[in-house]
Each structure stands twice: as structure tokens, then as C-alpha cells.
Design a protein around this ligand. Sequence first.
Ligand code: CP
Length: 310
Amino acid sequence: HKHLIDITEYSDTDLMTILDTARAFSQVNERAIKKVPTLRGKTIVNMFNEPSTRTRSSFELAEKRLSADTMNFGGSSTSTVKGESLIDTVKTLDAYKIDCIVVRDKHAGAPHIVSQASPASVIDAGDGKHQHPTQALLDLYSIREHKKSFEGLRVGIVGDIGHSRVCGSLVPALKIMGAEVVLVGPGTLMPACPEALGADQIAYDLDAILPDLDVVYMLRVQLERIEGAPFPSVREYHRLFGLTKNRERLMRPDAIICHPGPINRGVEFDSYMADHPDRSVILEQVYAGICVRMAALYLLLGGADNGLSA
Ligand code: CP
């Protein structure tokens, strides 16, 4: 592969290769090895036109630990505020002979446009409501650390499905790996055609579904993408779909809790569940973010030719 834009272009073997490579890189992140020379001489631009904490910081760390030259760019500090188009911006960056552009943008399809305007490899770091493929990779990595196999694993993705680019990549990624996926949320936060996401089941009652789940993947209600007052209200949402201490009794003893972050405490869960020492893997997901992003960069940019066998 040259790009990582659409996770559906990756097979189960491709995804497993990335996960295995990420596991090898987890040693580097444990700081036993401080840095590897794998991408020395490669130039990577992180173009973030939308806010980010996890994705941006972990891409930057991953690039530095692979010894690439990195440039952070984007948002209101660029000449796009003077009217320069995305395509002209990319062509300008390309004049520096860059090797890779990591793109976050509020517009679905922006990474695809970037890939047409530049010969560099392009990684989608989240585009509008469309996809977030490296998030799906770190989710797979974190789930795999706790569950023996994806085959037959029952994963519930709960909440604001309609605004979720995480769903756009995670549902197909889980299906490619052989898991069963249930989408759970209020009808008002479902997309117009939830079946198109390719899940096995669409459900509207969390309490009825919780006892069947091995992985409970909570989504953030994306208030910034909702016009006007949310329906249900935040309070009502928490009552119906919040993962609370009271609801834990409905969960399997070994069910884990995931969330892509940022979390809204008191909305999609209470602090007891968000910080649950045995169930919550949210900070493990953050850690996995560096490992899978190192693996994706290494595999896309030909690091294998640079002497590191992952
Ligand atoms: N999960 C995620 O993409 O977080 P950020 O928006 O902070 O990067």
C-alpha cells in the first residue's frame, strides 16, 4: 500500500502485519531502545486542520522515534486563512520533496484530495464524519492485547454513531478481522442508513445488549457537529446510554471498555467506569497509538529497506 486512507482496502493479513509490527515497536516505546534510524532522511508533514490531542502528539512522537524529519503544520496559522486552497497548500508543501502527509480535516474526503495533488504517501488522521483508520488500528491492537482472537468476539459500539469517523473505520476493520459488531445508540444519533456501515446488528437499548458484549466501545457525543440542542439532552443520554457503575452488573465479568478519546465524563460514562482498573483500556489505547502509527509509517514509507526487521 502507498496510502492509509481507506481501511477497507486492507485485508486481514495486511492488518495483522501492522499489528505485529506495532507490537515489535512497543519495545521502542518502552524506552529500552530510545530511537531507531528506520526513517532517517524521510520528511513527514503533519497537516492538522482540526483540533487533536492524541492523534497529533502520537504521530509526532512516532515520527521522531523513527528518526524522520517532521513538520507540524495546519489550522488558522497557515495561509489557508488568506484563501489558499487545500490543493495549492499541498503543492506548496510538495515543493520541499516530502515523503508523507498526515492529514486531519473537518471535510470528509480531504485525504483523498491530498493524495491526488501530491506524489507523497498520505495517511488519514481523521476526516469529517468519514474515516479514522489509525484509530481503528490502535483499537484492534488494544483489543488484541486483552482478547485471544477476533473471531466471534462481540463488540458493541455505543453512542453517537451518526457523527463518528471512528465507526467508519472501526466497523469494517473489526469485520475484516472476523468480529461481530453491534451498533447501539439513540435513533436520533444514528446515520440515515446505519446498515450501510456493515455491522451485524443495529440496536437502540443498551441494557438489552450489554450482557452479550466482550468489548464495550463508547463513543463521544460530538456536540460540535450537532446543530442546536442535542436530542436526547445530555442528561437523558447519560441515563439511557451512559456506562455507569449501576450498569456494570449487566456486563460480562471479562468485558473491557474502550473509548477513542476525548472523553466526556458524566455523559458517555461516569468516572467509576472511565477509570475502572480492570475494565477500562482507554489509556492503553493512547499508548497503542504510538505503536501502530510507527508501524504504519514504517510499512508505508519502506522502512523495511532501512535495516530494521520488525
Ligand atoms: N481519538 C482521537 O482522534 O483523539 P484526538 O482528536 O485528540 O486526536
